[in-house]
Design a protein around this ligand. Structure first.
Ligand SMILES: *Cc1c(COP(=O)(O)O)cnc(C)c1O
Length: 393
């Protein structure tokens, strides 16, 4: 077996080459290993594997060659020592919390995080004695004020969904470390092609591979990336036992997704910028949120910590919910769905879908108005995307 692993390559090379171990068949593309278990040469060899004396595959809940190739490639792209793949982005977040926290610990989280993450924190982690406080993610003072002696994790997504607020990863990692806490960044909107939080000081990166890493809307999966101790030991210990693991088939889809990720992200960003600038010129659009616009409140910070500005654009119409629904229903090509990170452009009304379970006041606090629309710009010709939006404007 020859091992192609070599992290001295540049990122685009790593995305194509890292982590592949060729079998004696000499296959060029990475194989899928759909096997639940593995055989051993002898009883003694089995014993050595199980005791951990000898490395190698044991059982696909926690060791599978296709999954491992994906993990090594993504770890190298994020600049982390270890990556563990999970069944979904949500199980990546859950495994991180379960592997690291104990009853009595406290999390300070940005208020602007994925809806299911809020439910996971409030309905499940709290049940096991973990306390959560929420803060405005662009307010450094609020993060500092929320820290308690039992705070263990700071948690955020940047840019946030749907208002693309940018959190200062470098400053927040310094704050976390001054208080003996870990900074966890959900890097789903950026992927390592646009932002590498570990290089900015974060301790753990979460990915929902379902989004841009697949990029074509086919599979659900996730990953946790960080140090050998935190991810390779603490998070992995929970995962291998609790079992929200990634299937070899999904790992293979994500692995091939990584090979074209940076090319796809370039186009997502380029078209999103085009759509954002165009929306700014439309009469009944009262505001556009996109980190690449000069008018974005954290445009400077976005330029410093991101390679490019991402594929998500949000905008507000003057006519409230009625106008928003009218525009959404007037589109003929765009997909009306809450998903994002697909080749196909998607359009969402956050107030009645992704953020519909929040109370009116919570929604107001999160800045989600009734006229707000989120577009996840896909890879179609951008002229067709703008033409489709123009129908309802
Ligand atoms: C979709 C998403 C998740 C959850 O990922 P799943 O793969 O759907 O479980 C977590 N965080 C963010 C920012 C997301 O967009």
């Amino acid at each position: 077996m020859s091992d192609d692993r070599n992290s001295n390559y540049f990122a685009d090379t790593i995305a194509v080459r890292e982590g592949q171990t060729r079998t004696p068949e000499g296959e060029h593309a990475e194989p899928i290993f759909p096997t639940s278990s593995y055989v051993f040469d002898s009883a003694a060899a089995a014993a050595a594997r199980f005791s951990g004396e000898e490395p190698g595959n044991i059982y696909s809940r926690f060791t599978n060659p296709t999954v491992r190739t994906f993990e090594q490639r993504l770890a190298a792209l994020e600049g982390g020592e270890r990556c563990v793949a999970t069944a979904s982005g949500m199980s990546a977040i859950y495994a991180t919390c379960a592997g690291i926290l104990r009853a009595g610990d406290h999390i300070v989280s940005s208020r602007s995080i994925f809806g299911s993450t809020v439910i996971l924190f409030n309905n499940f982690l709290e049940k096991f004695g973990v306390e959560i406080s929420y803060v405005d993610q662009t307010d450094m003072q609020a993060w500092t004020d929320a820290l308690q002696s039992n705070t263990r994790l700071l948690f955020l997504e940047t840019p946030s969904n749907p208002l693309t607020e940018i959190a200062d990863i470098r400053k927040l990692s310094t704050l976390a470390h001054e208080h003996d806490c870990l900074l966890v960044v959900d890097n789903c909107f950026c992927t390592p092609a646009l932002q590498r939080p570990l290089e900015l000081g974060a301790d753990i990166v979460i990915q929902s591979a379902t989004k841009y890493i697949d990029g074509q809307g086919r599979c659900v999966g996730g990953a946790v990336i960080g140090s050998e101790q935190l991810v390779g030991t603490d998070v992995y210990a929970f995962l291998r036992t609790a079992g929200p693991s990634m299937s070899p088939f999904n790992a293979w889809v994500f692995l091939k997704g990584l090979e074209t990720l940076s090319l796809r992200m370039q186009r997502h960003c380029q078209s999103a910028m085009d759509v954002a600038e165009w929306l700014q010129q439309q009469d009944n659009v009262t505001r556009v949120w996109y980190p690449g616009l000069q008018s974005h409140p954290q445009h400077q910070l976005a330029k410093e910590q991101m390679q490019d500005f991402g594929g998500i654009v949000s905008f507000e119409l003057s006519g409230g919910q009625e106008a928003a629904w009218r525009l959404i229903d007037a589109t003929q090509m765009l997909s009306i769905t809450a998903n994002l990170g697909d080749t196909k452009t998607t359009i969402t009304h956050p107030a009645t879908t992704t953020h519909g379970r929040l109370s009116v006041e919570e929604r107001h606090q999160a800045g989600i108005s009734d006229g707000l629309i989120r577009v996840a710009v896909g890879l179609e010709d951008v002229r067709d995307i703008k033409n489709d939006l123009a129908r309802g404007l």
